[in-house]
Design a binder for this molecule. Structure first.
Ligand code: MOS
Length: 711
């Protein structure tokens, strides 16, 4: 057998900087995305969305459009194949928005009402734009605000109870020497990946084949099998390259439409969503209204922590933005209460978006902590240290590892925090007021069952197969390093194939759980392979393959609070004339377990911090109350940070060993980096101006209106 059993540690694998394996293909255009793969006889679908926010479709005037050049079909609720959305999938019940064209009701603006299929994409678009749809309109309600009638507390789930608590909140608040009681809001925000959602579907010898852009190909395959009542083994979904996802790329209308159209037309059909369509069809981050009450002793020790969060959902599906979950991990208090509430409006369903719950929740909680620090006259970092819990504040479970204070310590040293004058409005640079701020970050490090296979090839190389998704993070490269380390060979001898549902079930690229979950499956398969290789003599032409399934091991994991942590630091300048806030520098220090590939890890962390900056200062989707539709639903109207807004950002990490972790101490890094950024920036704006900004984004008009407490 080959040389994989040697005791020599493999250099150049886990912990070593590696460029992306597919990087050259991507920058040269050789990498094919879902919308790029050519097929003979390919037809093109173009989606038509509702222009009303609530009502019924009276008629779809298909005939004139069917006479247009190249048009092959117009699918709508009157003629579309039936689907079954009454099932519970991997991540819960499907959003009925994917059960397209099943009835004439319109529950929000931007609801799918028809698909025009034509020989070319241009013909489909021309016809789709010409399609006349008549509606019976009904009154709608799209106004989100705290205290909206119909607000309710959802059931929650085992991973995240809607409401949790201990102690007598009101009594502890009354007994507190210092109290902060503040309301915060965050707006509707969109994850609009560079590559829009696209899928090609075709029937091939009785099997449904889908070329997609998604976060989990077995996940999407299972959803499609459920929706179309197919044997799961007769559905194959692949997503070789994915140009960003951020929570938006699960089963969405585009795959379902492509399958419907290919079933009707008996030829391959591709459906690519437009940039504007993404704004209503692939989810978004709900706006939030949050109230935080903190009660403390004079030294800042928390007696009471109350975090109440509200988000919206659609009338067709419940989505809970778990903004209040953060305090359950971060801070203990004698009385502790956190609740996530929901109100259903006539709007599209929101969904997971990078650090769901934690991103908006940390803005409220970490700003409130800063307000408490100010009131107590305690340094914000010292305040956090004073409230560092020994165990999960609500669960009582031990932390697997918790190095948030090490992050603050290292961050403070590198950022120069010790020299900071705690008083606001003390630094000026021309017309700019300068301030610094900090905030904590955290995100759960979960793991979910996955399968993998590893094949020892006769030529001395190894092939790993796992239905992972590389959504642009470098997952393919990370798994190559992980496999190489486990095999004790150089990464060059390992080939990792991903994103093909035929490889078997695996965790999706989401929840910062991908690398951790997949790594476990890969290293388990390698362990099996080693045993096979020890037993065997020589490798046959087809190679020797070992398989793993971590389902049982995941089920047997001891209960721990397992999270990544971080400390965010920001310095801002506030222009007192224009109200513009500019971030001057940011530093994020993270404790995120074992870092697999420092190069892509750093890039992912910086990316999250850039998004946090964008959330703090720019991003905000505006819904027109009269029409119920978004205003400026494109990347011109929806502001986000551009290069000129982004200063020097540094991201680094501290040691965060977890020797008892059977998965090898890998935590996720996809989401922790956005958490706390907006709070650090808002806290810095307060430090600059002496004025608290509790509503995102911190726009120039808001800064001007609020003025400064010091000028
Ligand atoms: Mo992400 S929001 O966990 O896909």
């Amino acid at each position: 057998m080959t040389t994989m059993t040697g005791p020599t540690p493999v250099t150049g694998a886990v912990g070593t900087a590696h460029t992306r394996i597919e990087g050259l293909d991507k920058v040269t255009g050789a990498a094919r995305y879902a919308g790029d793969v050519p097929y003979a006889e390919l037809a093109h679908g173009w989606l038509v969305l509702s222009t009303i926010a609530r009502g019924r479709i009276r008629s779809v005037e298909a005939d004139p459009v069917l006479a247009m050049p190249g048009v092959l079909a117009v699918l709508h609720h009157g003629n579309a194949p039936r689907v079954n959305a009454d099932y519970t999938g991997l991540l819960g019940r499907p959003d009925p928005t994917v059960a397209v064209f099943q009835h004439d009701r319109v529950p929000f603006a931007g609801w799918p009402v028809a698909l025009v299929v034509a020989e070319t994409s241009e013909q489909a678009r021309e016809a789709a734009e010409a399609l006349v749809v008549h509606y019976d309109e009904e009154p709608h309600d799209v106004a989100f605000f705290a205290g909206h009638p119909g607000t309710y507390t959802p059931e929650g789930n085992p991973r995240m109870q809607a409401e949790a608590g201990k102690g007598d909140l009101e009594a502890e608040l009354t007994a507190s020497a210092v109290v902060v009681d503040a309301e915060y809001t965050t707006p509707q925000e969109h994850h609009n990946p560079l590559e829009p959602h696209a899928a090609m579907a075709r029937w091939d010898s009785g099997r449904l084949e889908v070329i997609d852009s998604n976060q989990g190909s077995t996940w999407v395959a299972e959803e499609l099998a459920n929706l179309f009542s197919l044997d799961p083994s007769s559905v194959r979904v692949r997503a070789e390259h994915v140009g960003g996802a951020f929570g938006s790329k699960g089963v969405r209308p585009h795959q379902v439409l492509a399958v419907m159209a290919t079933t009707v037309l008996h030829r391959p059909v591709r459906v690519v969503l437009t940039r504007r369509q993404l704004f209503s069809l692939v989810g978004y981050r709900s706006p939030t209204a949050q109230r935080v009450r903190l009660g403390a002793d004079p030294d800042g020790r928390l007696r009471a922590l109350d975090h109440q969060a509200l988000n919206l959902t659609s009338k067709v599906h419940e989505f809970v933005e778990t903004s209040a979950g953060l305090g359950r991990v971060m801070y203990d208090a004698d009385a502790h209460h956190t609740v996530n509430r929901v109100v259903a409006l006539d709007v599209p369903t929101p969904t997971w978006m990078r650090a769901p719950g934690a991103a908006p929740g940390s803005f409220a909680l970490e700003c409130a902590l800063d307000e408490l620090a100010e009131k107590c006259g305690v340094d914000p970092i010292a305040l956090r240290a004073r409230n560092e819990p020994d165990a999960g504040p609500v669960s009582g479970l031990p932390f697997s590892s918790r190095n948030v204070l090490a992050c603050f310590q290292e961050g403070a040293r590198r950022f120069g925090w010790a020299d900071r004058d705690p008083r606001p409005g003390q630094r000026r640079d021309g017309r700019w007021l300068i301030g610094t701020g900090t905030a904590a970050a955290t995100h759960p490090s979960g793991v979910a069952p996955s399968t993998a296979s590893v094949t020892a090839e006769p030529d001395g190389t190894f092939t790993v197969r796992i239905t992972a998704a590389d959504v642009g993070t470098g997952a393919r490269t990370a798994l190559t390093l992980i496999a190489a380390e486990a095999l004790e060979v150089e990464p060059e001898r390992v080939r990792v194939r991903i994103a093909d549902s035929d490889f078997g079930q695996a965790m999706v690229a989401g929840g910062s759980m991908g690398t951790r979950s997949w790594a476990w499956a890969v290293t388990s398969a390698v362990r099996e392979l080693r045993e096979l290789l020890v037993l065997g003599d020589g490798i046959p032409p087809e190679g020797i393959t070992a398989r793993s399934n971590t389902a049982e091991a995941v089920g047997a994991l001891p209960m721990r609070e397992r999270h990544a942590f971080g400390a965010q630091f920001a310095e801002v300048g506030v222009d007192v004339v224009t109200g513009e806030v500019r971030v001057r520098r940011m530093l994020g220090i993270f404790a995120a377990g074992r870092i697999v590939n420092p190069l892509t890890a750093r890039s992912q962390l910086v990316g999250g911090m850039v998004w946090g900056l964008s959330m703090a200062l720019h991003e905000e989707a505006a819904r027109d109350q009269a029409s119920g539709a978004l205003v400026g639903a494109d990347l011109a109207g929806y502001h986000f940070a551009a290069n000129a807004d982004v200063p020097l950002i540094e991201a680094d990490w501290v040691d965060d060993p977890d020797d008892e972790d059977p998965v090898g101490g890998i935590k996720g890094i996809g989401e922790v980096s956005i958490v706390g950024v907006a709070a650090a920036i808002a806290n810095a704006v307060w430090h600059a101006t002496g004025v608290r900004h509790r509503h995102l984004p911190i726009r120039p008009d808001r800064v001007l209106l609020a003025g400064t407490a010091t000028a």
